[in-house]
Design a protein around this ligand. Structure first.
Ligand SMILES: *Cc1c(COP(=O)(O)O)cnc(C)c1O
Length: 238
């Protein structure tokens, strides 16, 4: 194995795993109950390959073309791909055919397309409904009042498996405030469970707020910069 001293990604990976384990412990949760989703937007395929060598299997991508090109470069690896960006209906086919998860579902028409486009030999596409909880800057995501109906509709679609909720709150550096928002997501999740949906996933928490998310029941944390370093937002640098 490559020594951590020689490689900053290896060192950050080890640190991040420890940070997640610590958050689980602080929250009284069992070790390994929180899954790390490595958010690899703008990160070159070779660095994903290296993360995979370190043991990381699940990767989250925001931009379809970029994701599909990396999937082709890494096709010999056994990776799990999560689409976590906004998805236009006319681009649904690539997600239906090439991903294991979609975290940002927010409308029925898109759900119907994805279900119809999901190849029959593949297991259903795992779905999180994105909920707009904190009046965030992005207008994406469902209002809490819209969740129940869409969840009921999705339960009828054979190509999709509803797993839970995803939230992307506006950045906030106050721990209690972060927790308050994640708690409201957890409450909406519990309402859907009470309505009979067999859910197991709360996708919430990023580099700056994963501790608060884990304290409120996150099962997937989506981590980019704390693992791969700051993004420079230059798409030519892929
Ligand atoms: C970029 C991104 C992340 C990761 O953000 P970091 O702050 O870099 O950890 C998580 N979720 C979504 C939806 C993102 O777009």
């Amino acid at each position: 194995m490559v020594s951590q001293r020689q490689n900053p990604l290896a060192a950050r990976y080890a640190q991040l795993i420890m940070r997640i384990r610590h958050a689980e412990q602080q929250a009284g949760r069992s070790a390994g109950s929180v899954q790390l989703l490595a958010v690899s937007k703008t990160v070159a395929a070779e660095r994903l390959r290296y993360a995979a060598l370190l043991g990381q299997q699940a990767f989250g991508e925001n931009y379809l073309q970029e994701a599909v090109s990396k999937q082709a470069s890494l096709s010999e690896l056994d990776l799990q791909w999560h689409f976590i960006g906004p998805l236009q209906s006319n681009k649904s086919r690539a997600v239906a055919e090439k991903f294991n998860w979609l975290h940002t579902l927010d409308r029925l028409k898109l759900a119907q397309r994805l279900s119809a486009q999901r190849p029959e030999q593949m297991p259903p596409l795992n779905i999180c409904l994105q909920v707009n909880i904190s009046g965030e800057q992005s207008k994406s995501g469902l209002l809490p009042s819209e969740l129940s109906q869409l969840a009921a509709n999705i339960a009828e679609l054979p190509g999709l498996q509803l797993r839970g909720l995803m939230a992307l709150p506006a950045p906030c550096d106050n721990f209690d405030e972060q927790r308050r928002i994640f708690a409201s997501v957890r409450k909406l999740y519990q309402q859907l469970v009470d309505e009979g949906h067999p859910l197991d996933t709360l996708s919430m928490g990023m580099s700056a707020d994963l501790e608060a998310a884990v304290a409120e029941g996150a099962t997937i944390v989506r981590i980019g910069s704390a693992l791969f370093g700051a993004r420079d937002h230059n798409p030519d640098n892929l």
